[in-house]
Design a protein around this ligand. Sequence first.
Ligand code: DGP
Length: 120
Amino acid sequence: MPDSADASDADCLFCRIVAGEVPVELVHEGDFVVAFRDIDPQAPTHLLVVPVGHHPDVAALAAADPAALAELVAVGRQVATAEGHDDYRLVFNTGPLAGQSVFHVHGHVLAGRQMSWPPG
Ligand code: DGP
């Protein structure tokens, strides 16, 4: 799987979403980060913040392009605030055991209900 800011994987669902090949409800579209509504929301607000470049997980993104990770975190806050939420959870599932199913890094922005801890 490619791991550079310029690489796009034809088999990667989120690369296809970034390319506009799979329809989603976009809430943010920038040069480096996009955000869209999760197809299976786990909270009243459930958005995914996704870098345009293909990186398999958040650690890979941090190593390859820390500025894009900083932008992704900033956009996470921006889209939560835009939906009226000062409080939100930003989650990066990393690896199958942690619940990652799409191997193009994405932050889940969850808000609008009381969150419990520990997560399941
Ligand atoms: P994770 O399991 O952490 O890798 O999260 C992947 C998320 O992606 C999951 O919450 C569901 C979401 N998802 C999967 N396919 C699609 C899709 O085609 N459209 C949208 N909007 N979300 C998707």
